[in-house]
Design a protein around this ligand. Structure first.
Ligand code: 5AD
Length: 351
């Protein structure tokens, strides 16, 4: 699909036409990754962050937010619980927290890999190449790093201290690939100043990068951030501005499935937060094949406040797992077993 075609779909509002998009995305998902929905146990290991991203509730300048950092023992307990509850993957996510240094985390990764059958995915932000290499050597399998937006002017406007450095996340993704990680990336949908054309280019870029995983979700304004206070980039005229709506998020999920047929695509928490009753299911029916239930200890969960009203703040690991399984079956799908890594078809590009 060309960028122009992607943009036309992003602008589509006719319900009958959109039904054809959902059907194509669902058929492509079925043909390439099957009916299994892979569950990833998300553990938010630290809410400390040195960065000042204008959209994120964990930004360093938010000084009145109490911060936590899980101990190695707590993280290991969460991973053991994930394995015991039947998950195939644990995702360790945090703000950019220098205290989680190479050694400290490498030991932990090694222990998880030795003691459990879990695949380990890291989502720890922009880290030094030596750290990424040490974690890979310790056994980490995958790394998630969204590039957030490919529009360099917008990227720099919402990432203070990153002027002239908009390409760094893309360079890091290449580093991660060379280290042998499966790589995941993605963007925010509906940032003020984000145009249809730039979002269409971002979707095309997912395919160029041959991503193993793509996470996309609507931007949700957090009142304690510059974007939430209206201090960021001004919205574009309505004809150009991407809205941060649920409908737009489904279009991006569906188009991402069409351009990256083999990728693992989560139906994200941000989507579930916009529509707690149906968002996850609709994502699964419009191209997604992964869900990331939250296994962060409940006492910490509310403090990992990237955006307000995050879905599933209250439920326990077992409730999360059982409830999710029932919801997956209710839409005619099965729960994936094992690590659920990227499948590459024999003729797949970039294989
Ligand atoms: N709304 C939605 N998603 C957000 N993220 C950060 N802040 C927000 C927000 N306000 C996403 C970013 C980041 C991921 C972990 O969370 O895309 O990469």
């Amino acid at each position: 699909m060309t960028t122009a075609e992607l943009e036309t779909w992003l602008r589509e509002t006719n319900p009958a036409r959109l039904e054809t998009l959902w059907a194509r995305a669902d058929a492509t998902r079925q043909a390439h990754v099957g009916d299994a929905v892979h569950l990833r146990a998300l553990v938010e290991v630290s809410s400390h962050c040195t960065r000042r991203c204008a959209y994120c509730g964990l930004r360093a300048e938010r000084r009145n937010l109490p911060r936590y950092r899980m101990t190695a023992a707590e993280i290991l307990a969460a991973a053991r619980q994930a394995a015991a509850t039947g998950y195939g993957t644990v995702v360790l996510q945090s703000g950019e927290d220098p205290v989680l240094d190479a050694d400290r985390l490498a030991n932990l990764i090694q222990t998880i890999k030795t003691e459990t059958p879990l695949a380990v995915t890291l989502s720890l932000g922009e880290r030094r190449a030596e750290e990424l290499a040490a974690w890979r050597a310790a056994g980490a399998d995958r790394y998630l790093l969204r590039f957030e937006t490919g529009d360099e002017t917008l990227y720099e406007a919402i990432h203070p201290d990153r002027s002239g450095r908009a390409g760094e996340r893309l360079a890091l993704l290449a580093t991660l690939r060379n280290l042998g990680y499966e790589i995941g990336s993605g963007v925010l949908i509906g940032l003020p100043g984000q145009s249809y054309t730039s979002l269409a280019r971002d979707i095309a870029r997912f395919a160029e990068l041959d991503l193993d995983m793509v996470g996309v979700g609507p931007f949700i304004a957090h009142p304690a951030t510059p974007l939430g206070r209206g201090e960021g980039p001004a919205p574009l005229p309505a004809h150009h501005q991407v809205p941060n709506t649920e409908a737009m998020a489904y279009k991006v999920v569906a188009l991402t499935r069409l351009v990256c047929p083999e990728a693992n695509l989560p139906s994200t928490t941000a989507l579930a937060s916009l529509n707690p009753a149906q968002g996850r299911e609709l994502g699964l029916q419009r191209g997604a094949n992964v869900i990331m239930p939250n296994l962060t200890p409940r006492s910490y969960r509310a403090l990992y406040e990237i955006y307000p009203a995050k879905a599933c703040l209250g439920e326990t690991a077992q409730e999360g797992r059982t409830g999710m399984e029932a919801r997956i079956r209710a839409v005619g799908r099965t729960v994936g077993r094992g690590p659920g890594g990227r499948r590459r078809s024999a003729t797949g590009h970039g294989a």
